[in-house]
Design a protein around this ligand. Structure first.
Ligand code: GLC
Length: 671
């Protein structure tokens, strides 16, 4: 791997300090032309290259559009984007890694927290153009034999994902509005009474006192510790949300400490910067200061001491509804600002808080640095701060996932893909995004199952469960004012039971593949072209994805469709899964020939594929209501392969080791 250094780069967190990947400093950059430009009054470096018609461009993690990124313009500039339309240039993460796969094959990682724009055959220009709004940057160039090998080398550079506990592979139920005992008990009852497995329930901002971080609304939630203990006995964890902004509220301990310590981001004159988010006016922690991170991490103690072992961090791009510079333009609904904030900006697809990002500063090594210059690291450093606290406070592994991210944050927490909506387009986008995220190290990830905005229906939620059964993070989440979206809210629950049961039967495989990929710095979800690089047809097939070593999924992505076309790049085992009337799981396996096929997929069934000669494992704990009731060694082989290499541990130890891999055969398992 080659490293090119321009100017004096800002130290990001992308590269794993423990990486043993050999990196050589070089001066002459092949493949890309370099020029200089001034963009938004900023001296910028521009990298260009002609693209051949056949070149495929992969990567960019959390971005819209296809697995092949050609045709799009992508702006790495972390954004609270409530509308995920196809041409939305910026999402919540900045993942500046691309792979060009053609006659020449190489990967490039642009390591800078500044804004970076990728135009990839945009408007059929036939050109790749990468505009980095900085002259200070590290560029890593990776030359390997295939897109998969390039991605693997990159993963060796950036290091493994954080280790979620086993229970984080179970189903989560969430909704904006869940705030206390009543919600939690209702959801728990709804799932249990319908025999729907569940592992955790998320609490949204409503559990807080007036949306103030690290407080609880004692009316709705009189005793969080007691509720958490009660739920844990039933195998259910509570996962509260934490937002980036700290409400300006003298007398509040977190606020007072933050002010006293100088831990908040400031204006040019050194005074704390004000901007409004859910609680009204807030200050933003200056996560760039190590002491501020330490302080912020400590704040979780109030919740972890009550038995909480998992959190989701939100609004950390950071999202800004309006600032002291803007005046109050938004409409208030009680304490909640509704999303019709700055219509002029949204029309232009502009970052909602763009102007504000130039108005506040971080204290970095004794200097004030404009937020805009380092914007893309902000949320990632919030993840680092939280992880620092949770490492100390939680016994064993913790669950943490964030909305904003930068490559490197994956070593501290996962991410979810933000405010999607209940549409088939978003379901498809969920599938397309997973391999790109896997290339960038984010393997503990998933989308809001069922969709966040808009009203879901029974059919869409079932189809979504059939996809998210294969993503490590599987959480049903929906927005305030949308219809109820819990798996028991759509009448007869038989089909839901079948699909959630599939997830739990697959947990040993998913978990094992997650751990092996992590240990070996491999991808977890891959474009099928990565496994079949010489197959032209596979190269153009984006709506099928590899999950772990030997599974290929091809979910139904269209409304009212009970069939879909599937392309098999080689002979494969087709698996048809369903539950019998008495609730016994059935996996019918059939060998299918290479080529195109039509599969029938009723709403209560799932069809997936296993590579020929391979086997996977499924759990034999067929009635488990949560991962608590599962023993990962209770598995059987599925498929014609003679054995499966299972990664097996207690699901909470923080050490990964090759010794934890055992061979499972039909006769049993050997270490
Ligand atoms: C943001 C989050 C969403 C959450 C809501 C309220 O929109 O992305 O998941 O429910 O805020 O906290």
């Amino acid at each position: 791997m080659k490293l090119y250094t321009f100017g004096t780069p800002f130290e990001t967190i992308a590269v794993d300090p423990n990486s043993t990947e050999e990196v050589r400093e070089e001066k002459v950059l092949p493949y890309l032309e370099i020029s200089r430009d001034v963009v938004d009054e900023t001296p910028s470096l521009v990298f260009t290259r002609k693209l051949a018609g056949r070149d495929v461009v992969y990567g960019l993690g959390e971005t819209m559009r296809g697995i092949n990124k050609r045709g799009g313009r992508y702006v790495s500039y972390n954004t609270d984007c409530p509308h995920h339309y196809q041409s939305m240039p910026s999402m919540y993460g900045a993942h500046n890694f691309i792979v060009i796969d053609g006659e020449e094959k190489f990967g490039v990682f642009f390591d800078t927290p500044s804004r970076v724009t990728f135009e990839i055959d945009y408007e059929n220009s036939g050109e790749l153009k990468v505009i980095c709004e900085t002259e200070d940057l590290r560029l890593y160039l990776i030359e390997e034999s295939s897109a998969l090998e390039i991605s693997r080398a990159f993963l060796r550079l950036i290091g493994p994902s954080f280790l979620p506990p086993l229970w984080a592979f179970g189903l989560g139920q969430s909704r904006w509005g869940y705030g206390g005992d009543e919600d939690v008990e209702r959801v728990f009852k709804g799932y249990r009474e319908n025999e729907l497995p569940l592992d955790y329930i998320c609490l949204d901002i409503d559990y807080m006192d007036r949306y103030i971080d690290f407080t609880t609304n004692t009316e709705k939630l009189p005793d969080l510790g007691a509720l958490s203990a009660r739920m844990k006995e039933q195998g259910i964890r509570l996962v509260p949300i934490i937002d980036a902004g700290i409400k300006v509220e003298p007398g509040n301990k977190t606020y007072d400490e933050g002010l006293e310590g100088g831990y908040f981001s400031v204006k040019e004159n050194g005074e704390p910067f004000h901007a409004a988010v859910w609680p009204g006016m807030t200050h933003f922690p200056d996560f760039f200061q190590p002491e501020a991170r330490e302080w912020f991490g400590r704040q979780y103690e109030g919740l972890t001491s009550q038995g909480i072992e998992g959190f989701w961090n939100d609004m950390n791009e950071p999202s800004i509804f309006y600032s002291e510079f803007e005046g109050q333009k938004s409409q208030w609904l009680g304490d909640i600002v509704i999303n019709k904030l700055f219509p002029d900006r949204q029309e232009k697809g502009e970052v909602s808080a763009y102007r504000d990002y130039k108005r506040f500063y971080h204290k970095i090594n004794g200097q004030l640095v404009q937020h805009h210059r380092v914007h893309n690291l902000y949320g990632a450093l919030m993840t680092v701060a939280s992880a620092g606290g949770l490492e100390k406070q939680v016994d064993g592994r913790y669950l943490l996932f964030s909305r904003a991210s930068y490559i490197g944050a994956h070593r501290y927490g996962g991410i979810w893909t933000g405010d999607n909506s209940s549409t088939y387009e978003m379901l498809r986008q969920n599938l397309l995004m997973m391999p790109s995220l896997s290339m960038c190290g984010f393997i503990y990830t998933g989308a809001d199952t069922g969709g966040f905005g808009e009203n879901c229906n029974r059919q869409l939620l079932l189809r979504w469960l059939a996809l998210s059964a294969f993503t490590p993070l599987e959480r049903n989440h929906s927005a305030l004012h949308t219809r109820e979206q819990e798996c028991y809210a759509f009448g007869d629950t038989t089909a839901f039971r079948a699909l959630i049961r599939l997830r739990y039967l697959l947990i040993p495989y998913l978990y094992s593949e997650f751990m092996k990929a992590n240990l070996r710095r491999d991808m977890l979800l891959r474009p099928i072209a990565f496994d079949f690089p010489n197959d032209e047809r596979a190269l153009r097939t984006e709506d099928q994805v590899m999950v772990g070593e030997s599974v290929m999924i091809a979910p139904v992505l269209r409304e009212n469709s009970l069939t879909r076309r599937v392309y098999l790049p080689e002979d494969m085992q087709k698996v048809r899964y369903h539950l019998t009337e008495s609730g016994e799981p059935v996996f019918d396996v059939e060998l299918w020939k290479r080529g195109e096929h039509t599969v029938n997929v009723p709403l209560d069934e799932v069809v997936f594929f296993i590579k020929k000669d391979a086997a996977i494992i499924v759990s034999t704990d067929e009635k488990a209501m949560s991962t608590n009731e599962m023993d990962l060694s209770h598995v059987r082989l599925l498929g014609e392969g003679a054995s499966y290499e299972q990664y097996l541990d207690d699901g909470r130890t923080k050490v990964m080791a090759e010794e934890n891999i055992r061979t499972v055969t039909e006769a049993g398992a050997t270490a």
